[in-house]
Write a protein that binds this ligand. Structure first.
Ligand code: BES
Ligand code: MN
Ligand code: ZN
Length: 497
């Protein structure tokens, strides 16, 4: 992870420097302190370059000035927009932008002059998040082609405050990186068993981890999840992670835990209802819901969140084979309800059905939020900008939407209703696992809701947001870890003691 330090504002004698400048702030403005110093050291070269580039400090604007003085190798100016509208998310974006512009330098400083310690920590977080790279399997890349930035010093008048805030930020960044690593791993490496082993590592952070194998799940009666697993040579797993961070008080006054449930299909071929070959490799990230839950648990533990949270992930591989389930099979879920499996490619909902029911029976949580790369239909609805979500409770829905705006992991509420539920009626079982093309993301949510037993619940369909084909300020292209920041924010704003 990019190494972060905080130090008092002073112009570095040499090397690279990013200046974060508010709109209208020249060398005289609050954020321009180090611009003035850089000008003094370079006979005004930096300000002249900014003027020539018509830099005004508008949000997102940037100018790179190479070697303005003998010692300064690179000065980049980044526009923050108006200072009074600088949200934590926008500060993170500026930090991410600075990281990208400084990536070729081995070490650099970024000026947060005129900003608060909390804002300086947000800049650090943005820079770290943007610096993520998955290069475990690159063996021939030339050193010169790799980003070099290893250490970033954030210059701030409130260095002590920034350091405090960064302790938590680093824990969250660690959770995001874990989720991105898991989603990036190839499916031959990240099997259900291997993924469960990665969960076990969270014990180092103080998370309690339980792992269930096929024997235990068969014994419990997980007919829906086990039906999906049947076609694969890889054994399924369910992992339950516990973070007990709520202050110990009288047991009767301690609220029940908040629960997060993730779909972890380590590879989705579609099964006997096999998918077309084109783009099938993308289905390695069909475990991104589980990846987000695991990353979230790491984030909560890493920043010692004052909350009791449980994370449950259902880990299976969906394969066609002589032992695979068939279209037409009827399976009995852990809830007792029977399901006619019309399409073996609608497997995520089958996995979630059993894990959700287990979560309620066993833990009686105060609310449940599931994440799943569940349907192609949600991508048709919302593209790659917003995840879709469904909720049976307006308070939770509003909390989620607010956390989405604050974290930049956007989500849009979709409807639930009896008319949609009718689409999954079966002629021979309690329900079928597909509802036809109209409203495909909604009928999938209706299916999941049939396994919600009176609990406050939300379902996030992250099929469109788990993976990105373009760089964003704090999210390099590839695995996004969508959900980790969102749900960490949700917990921080609403569920901590
Ligand atoms: N994992 C897929 C959904 C998906 C599609 C995620 C594209 C990311 C990108 C899911 O298991 C699936 O196959 N869903 C089917 C459901 C259909 C058979 C009702 C789909 O969306 O086509
Ligand atoms: Mn599928
Ligand atoms: Zn799937």
């Amino acid at each position: 992870m990019l190494d972060i330090a905080f130090a008092k504002s002073a112009l570095p004698k040499s090397g690279a420097l990013a200046l974060l400048l508010a709109e209208g702030d020249g060398a005289e403005g609050a954020t321009g302190t180090l611009l003035a110093a850089a000008d003094a050291a370079t006979t005004g070269a930096v300000s002249r370059a900014l003027a020539a580039a018509e830099f005004t400090g508008k949000r997102g604007q940037s100018v790179t000035v190479l070697a303005p003085g003998a010692e300064l190798t690179r000065v980049v100016a980044i526009g923050l927009g108006k200072l009074d509208s600088l949200t934590p998310k926008l500060a993170e974006d500026a930090g991410g932008q600075a990281q990208a512009l400084l990536a070729r330098e081995p070490a650099a400083a970024v000026s947060a002059a005129g900003l608060t310690g909390a804002q300086a920590a947000a800049i650090a977080l943005g820079a770290v998040l943007r610096s993520y790279r998955f290069d475990l399997y690159r063996t021939t890349e030339k050193a010169d082609d790799k980003p070099k930035l290893a250490k970033l010093t954030v210059l701030t008048a409130e260095a002590a405050k920034a350091k405090d805030a960064w302790a938590g930020g680093k824990g969250v960044a660690n959770g995001v990186f874990l989720a991105r690593d898991l989603v990036s791993e190839p499916p031959n490496v990240l099997t259900p068993a291997a993924m469960a082993e990665r969960c076990k590592k969270l014990e180092d952070l103080g998370v309690k981890v339980e792992i269930f194998g096929p024997k235990e799940m068969t014994k419990l009666g997980f007919g829906a999840l086990m039906g999906v697993a049947m076609g694969s040579a890889q054994e399924p797993r369910m992992v339950v992670m516990h973070w007990n961070g709520a202050p110990a008080g009288k047991k009767s006054t301690k609220p029940a835990p908040i629960a997060f449930i993730g779909k972890g299909v380590t590879f989705d071929t579609g099964g006997i209802s096999i998918k077309p070959a084109g783009g099938m490799e993308d289905m390695k990230w069909d475990m991104a819901g589980a990846g987000a839950v695991i990353g979230l648990m790491a984030a909560l533990a890493g920043r010692k969140a004052k909350v009791d949270a449980i994370g449950l992930v259902g880990l299976v591989e969906n394969m066609p084979s002589g032992t695979a389930q068939r279209p037409g099979d009827v399976v009995k879920s852990y809830s007792g309800q029977t399901i006619e499996v019309i399409n073996t490619d609608a497997e995520g909902r089958l996995v979630l059905a059993d894990v959700l029911w287990y979560c309620q029976q066993k833990y009686n949580p105060r609310c449940m939020i599931d994440l799943a790369t569940l349907t192609g239909a949600i991508i048709i609805s919302l593209g790659h900008e917003y995840a879709g979500f469904f909720a049976n409770d307006d308070t939770l829905a509003n909390q989620l939407a607010a956390a989405g705006t604050a974290s930049g992991e956007l989500l849009w509420r979709m409807p639930l209703g009896d008319a949609y539920d009718k689409q999954i009626r079966s002629d021979i079982a309690d329900m079928k696992n597909v509802g036809g093309r109209p409203g495909g993301a909604i009928t999938a949510a209706q299916f999941i809701q049939r396994f919600v037993n009176g609990k406050v619940w939300a379902h996030l369909d992250i099929a469109g947001t788990a993976w990105s084909s373009k760089d964003a300020p704090t999210v390099p292209k590839g695995a996004t870890a969508y959900g980790v920041r969102l749900l960490d924010r949700l917990v921080a704003d609403n569920y901590e003691a």
